[in-house]
Every structure is written in structure tokens, then in C-alpha cells.
Design a protein around this ligand. Sequence first.
Ligand SMILES: O=C(O)C(=O)C[C@H](O)C(=O)CO
Ligand SMILES: [Zn+2]
Length: 278
Amino acid sequence: MSLEVRYGASPAQIDGMGTDDLRAEFMVEALFQPGQLRLCYTHLDRMIVGAAMPTAAPVEIASGADVGTPGFFDAREMGIANLGQPGWAEVDGARFALGNRDVLYVGRGTGSLKLGSDDSEAPARFYINSVPAGADHPTRLIPRAEATGVTFGDKDRGNFRELRMYIHPEVAPSCLLLMGITDLPQGQVWNTQPPHLHERRMEAYCYFDLAPEDRVFHFMGRPDNTRHLVIQNGDVVLSPAWSIHMGAGTGPYGFVWGMTGENQAYGDVEPIPVSALR
Ligand SMILES: O=C(O)C(=O)C[C@H](O)C(=O)CO
Ligand SMILES: [Zn+2]
């Protein structure tokens, strides 16, 4: 297992940042590596983002050495989205099968978590969000079909998209984690139109199902002082509470969004008109 730490930046700092600085601060690259578990501990509401691609052997998360508690889950909850081939998770010995776009919620108090792939030649791609939790909620598999779907946008403007809410108070309750997947049908380009802010929650985006030759141009920053990040498949964007987020792809893509903070009120957002951006 590898773990890196990100401390976070204030809005004023982005004025002095070039491309490499921006990417080092607001992106987590190369998380998905065959046979490995990679985690990034952010100081954005202490969300850990990570990925596991088990091949011949499963990967395990149990020790809390990196989070300051005896066990990893003593004061944390986790969402795991499978973005790859079929795999499984074992939570304290109970096994859950995860197909593509299925999500597992792992509750506080769990002892050990193992993740494996059904076929080591065609591994699962587990994307992980873990946040501090002050309450116990039961571990639960949320298959894609059980997520609550909602559509946004307009096909004629290239921003029609299908959101599925998985870890959400009305679907699978958690302490403070929210997690969902947004897909763009063929030919649609823009996510999160209009862009928005949510000062009471940070957010992480993991872009996936993007062809090797394609890129997503992800926009961030204060509404009057924006920057962009060029994203490839599997890259994660860390979006502090002060930053807008939206993106446009040169080809088909989806993304997992995960949030935590003061509340789980999905509607507690401030839309920003595109005409107000600079
Ligand atoms: O395309 C969208 O709109 C989204 O997926 C927005 C995310 O849900 C989001 O930003 C949640 O705050
Ligand atoms: Zn958002």
C-alpha cells in the first residue's frame, strides 16, 4: 500500500501557480496500478481518495497506522465504486460481489476489508473515498440498479447527463459521505452545467472510461478567477469547497463524485451562471 498526503491550497495561492503546481495540488494521478492499493490522504475535510486493482492476490485495508487509530475503520467510513471488471469485497469475512458501477458502503467499526478481482487478467478497478465518521451505519452493497437516477442538462447544448446517487441519505445512509456516478451519453460533452459551488462540502471527481487518446478539460477556481486541468483516464480532481467544478471531454467519459463536509444536502449548492465566470 502507498499513501501520500495533500495539505490543500487557498484560493489566493492559485495566482502564483503554473501548470505543474496546479496539477500537484489539485490532481491525484496514476492511482490505478495493477496489483496495487494506492491512497492519498487529503486535508480537504480529511477525505482519503484511492484505488485498488487487485490481480493475483487480494489487497487488504485493516491497519489504522496511517489514520491514527488502531484500525482503519475505527473512526472512518468508506465508499468503493468498481469501475472495472467484476470483483469482490470481503468485509469482516462477509463477501460482496461488485460488478461494473456497483458501489459498496463500508461502515465505521469494520475490522478488515479485502478487495479482489474475479479474473486476475481482467481486474476490477476499485475507486475509494473514505472520510471521518461519527456514527455507525451498516455496510451495504448498492448495485447500479438500486442507485437513484436523475438526469440533468440539454442534449442540444451537449450537457445532458445521467447521475446515479449511491451513498445518499435516501438510498444508502452514511454519516457524512455522499457518492455517485455521472455518465454522459454518446455525443454529450459537458458535466456540471452550470458549474456550482458548495461551501459546506468539498468534492473529489474521478474521471473514468476515457479513451487513451482523449482528455477532459476540468475547470476549477473561484468563479472570477478560473484555471483548467487536463485530465486523462483514472485521474482524480480534488475540489475544495471554494472551487467551482465543471468539465468538457474530447470523447466519452464518466466520473465518480464523492463529497463530505457539514451536511449531506445535495441541493445545498450555489449555481454559478457561465456568464459570471472569468
Ligand atoms: O454533472 C453533474 O452535474 C454532476 O455530476 C455534478 C456532481 O453531482 C456534483 O458536482 C455534485 O456536487
Ligand atoms: Zn459539486
